[in-house]
Design a protein around this ligand. Structure first.
Ligand SMILES: Nc1ncnc2c1ncn2[C@@H]1O[C@H](COP(=O)(O)OP(=O)(O)OP(=O)(O)O)[C@@H](O)[C@H]1O
Ligand SMILES: Cc1ncc(COP(=O)(O)O)c(N)n1
Length: 266
């Protein structure tokens, strides 16, 4: 069985962060493991509190995983502070980790800030060089590229700028553009669009976490980068299409929409 580690924050409401990652991994038939960077007291309406772990504790979590069950791929999600980013980079280098997908989480769908101002510079310098792919959404890509993004042409140009400057493959996600839900991959192989039907579902809490974990799961199963993104986009679309409607704000996806079997039936 392929193994995948997520290094991310916990979402008490179960729709984003570590919880979304582990559910996504299970739905992909890979063995999921986690190193928690922070606890969030969060629900579909907002983030009430954040409690970070110490750099020493995060290092111990990552050591515990790599010394025993070596992951075939690693997804990095919410990392709020520079000190934690530095620990992750040091440990991933130490263990020569492969197939690293970095989702540069900066704000939640609900609007809460999930990363310290200025930490993106450390992310770019320390983590991007180790990554096989980064998956920014529109606001994140605007910060990383220092450009305004209003349309798909802006999206691809900003992704290409970050690809050139940071030397990392970029999946620019178009979920925030409105109209379409197309994402663009800029890599050494060129530009590839992943066309998505926009689903009329306001419950998009955790779409970014889910997509990046699905990509990491596919990479762990030895799919190439382009196929990993294509399959992940199909999975995400299915989870959104399922139409789960929980909570009072932007609710979570049904990560288990494609599961079946005796233990699953209601
Ligand atoms: N309404 C929608 N219908 C179909 N696909 C969508 C919709 N909203 C977002 N997506 C897709 O979800 C994925 C995540 O995109 P998005 O741009 O929303 O990222 P994000 O902002 O990181 O996610 P999050 O909402 O978790 O913060 C992308 O593949 C995007 O195209
Ligand atoms: C712990 C954690 N990690 C990531 C997100 C971003 O996900 P979203 O933007 O969908 O709320 C989140 N809300 N919480």
């Amino acid at each position: 069985m392929a193994k995948v580690l997520t290094i991310a924050g916990s979402d008490s409401s179960g729709g984003a962060g570590i919880q979304a990652d582990l559910k996504t991994m299970m739905a992909h038939g890979v063995y999921g493991m986690s190193a928690v960077t922070a606890l969030t007291a969060q629900n579909t309406a907002g983030v009430a509190a954040v409690q970070e772990v110490t750099p020493e504790f995060l290092a111990a979590e990552i050591d515990a995983v790599f010394e025993d069950i070596r992951p075939d791929a690693v997804k990095v999600g919410m990392v709020a502070s520079e000190d934690l980013i530095l620990v992750i980079a040091e440990k991933l280098r130490e263990y020569d980790a492969k197939h690293i997908v970095v989702d540069p989480v900066m704000t939640a769908t609900s609007g809460a800030e999930l990363m310290e101002k200025g930490a993106e510079a450390v992310l770019r310098e320390e983590l991007f060089p180790l990554a096989e792919l980064i998956t920014p959404n529109v606001p994140e890509l605007e910060i990383l590229s220092r450009r305004k993004i209003r349309c798909e042409k802006d999206l691809v140009e900003a992704a290409r700028k970050v690809w050139q400057e940071a030397g990392v493959n970029v999946l620019g996600k178009g979920g925030h553009l409105g109209g379409t839900a197309n994402d663009v991959l800029v890599s050494a192989a060129g530009i590839r669009w992943y066309m998505g039907q926009r689903i009329d579902n306001p419950n998009t809490h955790g779409t970014g976490c889910t997509l990046s974990s699905a990509i990491a799961s596919n990479l762990a199963k030895a799919y190439g980068l382009e196929a990993s993104v294509e399959l992940a986009k199909d999975y995400l679309t299915g989870a959104l299409l399922d139409g789960l409607d929980l909570g009072q704000g932007s609710g979570p996806l049904n990560h288990g929409f494609a599961l079946d079997g005796d233990f699953f039936r209601q």
